[in-house]
Design a protein around this ligand. Structure first.
Ligand code: TPP
Length: 552
């Protein structure tokens, strides 16, 4: 057996023993040994994508939903560089990835050899661990080294502390395809019992016990973990729960889903200064919430693994791994006041949306309200996640995910495909037209690839709608060219180019039916940027008036 084949076979075998279930591969020559090893292994599901950027975001989606490391393989050169945005997203979001980049052996580097670039520590500080494996050779001891390294890489990506991407740069010397006989200088076999090295995880951390108070608030942002326990404790303590859509805690009697409008009403924010706020995950969507956090009495950030302190407002007074929220004596006046404002604001914005046709916030609200229990909804950054945050009513049974780590508009189609492939149950995605067009290659799917059951809903306002809600909108003349960026692309044609089923919806009553179907499919909703901006102002004004009335 040649060394390249041996290393690849051992590496893939060991990763599968560790628990690897999915591998995403972009085609190329230098990565041939890894491609063949993965293809031959029935324990892993293989996904092939020609565009490395799309491939890597597919892996991010798979790992985000699956919660386990997903391996990503490419050839040498710019192929590896095209993984970079997804590696950054995985780094910021704590999504476990094993990035295996094939490379040339040292004697070919820096010589002008084709498709050869410096891949050593290519992703900089965006990876948890980098290893230059070294060109495989046939000599005793290599197998233990490769297997031990694979276990360490898998464990480092998985966590439980600080999960994220790991980069293995794998140099192969030719021959790259199997030749000769099966002989090798030592046994290539792994441990029959399981992984070569078994990692033991540390004991649970000591909890921070808060003094009892009824005037507390639980805020849940993207990337929160262990939310259920905190939501139950907040419920017992009579605290409102303010959860972003992807925080996964927007359900139950204590959910205050219109918090963006409540806290955007200065009189309400002033009258509702809490004794303590506990934040889980990373809230980042609502400016009023972030401003209010700055003036919260005690602000405790739960940072489960202590490697990051999600505190963009620099208002944290304590950072703790685990917090115990105690039951407190007293009445429910605090909670009632939040709940009263919640239902007033919700009633007011619902009324504005109901009169708005199939507008962007109404689409977000109705989509989130319509999807069957057990569904996954993957949201694009930009307005869709904000519209969900502002317009979505509390509910159970819907999982919402988004690439909020770096909040890029890149790779969203692919990430949604990946998440759908790791999800059992129907999957949907909601994104803007620029986000969709940015990752059109996410629709490229070979006939033999596992096909996700995913309905992509694209809000087409012919450009970047979010900029119409920002101060840049006042720049009348250059605005359209610099920010609006209309493109005039017919999304139906984009769908047709890849044979993706396509439906156009222009009435709220037709939405539910349009979502039906199987496999990857596209639903387009047309909106207008200017009227969308006016609608958001109308929602804000109506909500604030309604909130003020509850204070009188
Ligand atoms: N490039 C990347 C990779 N990520 C980004 N977040 C941006 C640029 C800056 N950006 C943020 S939102 C946006 C841009 C360009 C416009 C998005 O437009 P669209 O997807 O149509 O959504 P809409 O704003 O209309 O909701």
């Amino acid at each position: 057996m040649n060394p390249a084949t041996a290393l690849a076979a051992v590496l893939v075998d060991e990763l599968a023993r560790c628990g690897l279930t999915d591998v995403v591969l972009a085609p190329g020559s230098r990565s041939t040994p890894l491609a063949l090893a993965v293809h031959a292994d029935s324990r892993v599901r293989l996904h092939v994508r020609v565009d490395e950027r799309s491939a890597s975001f597919l892996a991010v989606g798979l790992a985000r939903r699956g919660g386990r490391p997903v391996a990503l393989i490419c050839t040498s050169g710019t192929a590896a560089a095209n993984f970079h945005p997804a590696v950054i997203e995985a780094h910021e979001s704590g999504v476990p990835l094993l990035v295996l980049t094939a490379d040339r052996p040292p004697e070919l580097r820096d010589t002008g050899a084709s498709q050869t670039v410096d891949q050593v520590k290519m992703y900089g500080t965006a990876v948890r661990w980098f290893s230059e494996i070294g060109v495989p050779e046939e000599r005793p001891g290599q197998v233990a080294y490769w297997r031990s390294l694979a276990c360490r890489a898998y464990q480092r990506a998985l966590g439980p502390y600080d999960p994220g991407p790991v980069h293995l740069n794998v140099a192969f010397r030719e021959p790259l395809i199997p030749d000769g006989d099966e002989s090798w200088c030592e046994s290539l076999e792994g441990d029959a019992q399981g992984p070569w090295v078994r990692a033991r995880v540390a004991s649970p951390p000591v909890a921070l016990h808060l003094p009892p108070t009824r005037r507390g608030v639980l805020v849940v942002g993207d990337g929160a973990t262990g939310t259920r326990r905190y939501v139950a404790a907040a419920g017992m303590a009579g605290w409102p729960v303010l959860s972003e859509p992807s925080g996964g805690a927007r359900y139950g009697d204590h959910a205050v889903s219109a918090y963006h409008f409540l806290l955007g009403t200065p009189e309400f924010a002033d009258a509702h200064r809490p004794d303590v706020v506990v934040t889980l995950g990373r809230p980042s969507l609502s400016r009023p919430l972030l401003n209010w956090l700055r003036h919260a009495g005690e602000h405790i950030v739960v940072a489960a693994d202590m490697t990051r302190w999600p505190d963009p407002t620099r208002s944290a007074t304590q950072v703790a791994q685990v917090v115990e929220i105690p039951v407190a004596a007293g009445d429910d006046a605090w909670l009632h006041s939040w709940r009263r404002a919640e239902s007033a604001a919700r009633g007011a914005i619902d009324e504005v949306m109901d009169a708005s046709g199939l507008s962007e916030p109404r689409l977000a609200r109705d989509l989130a309200g319509t999807l069957p229990n057990g569904s996954l909804l993957f949201s694009g950054s930009s307005m869709p996640i904000r519209d969900l945050d502002q317009a979505m009513r509390p509910r159970r049974g819907l999982r919402i995910m988004a690439n909020r780590g770096a909040a890029g508009i890149d790779g969203v189609v692919s990430s949604a495909m990946g998440a759908a492939l790791a999800h059992t149950g129907p999957s949907y995605a909601l994104m803007g037209d620029l986000t969709f067009l940015h990752d059109q290659n996410g629709l490229l799917l070979g006939p033999r690839e596992p096909r996700p059951d995913l309905c992509l809903v694209v809000v087409n306002n012919d450009g970047g709608g979010i900029f119409s809600l920002l101060p840049q909108a006042a720049l009348r003349d250059p605005f359209e060219r610099l920010f609006g960026t209309a493109h005039g692309v017919d999304l139906g044609h984009v769908a047709a180019a890849t044979g993706t089923p396509y439906t156009f919806v222009d009435e709220p009553g037709r939405l539910e039916r349009a979502l039906r179907g199987e496999g990857p499919r596209l639903v387009e909703v047309r909106t207008d940027r200017e009227s969308n901006a006016m609608l958001h102002v109308a929602m804000r004004d109506a909500a604030q008036a309604a909130v003020r009335a509850t204070l009188a």
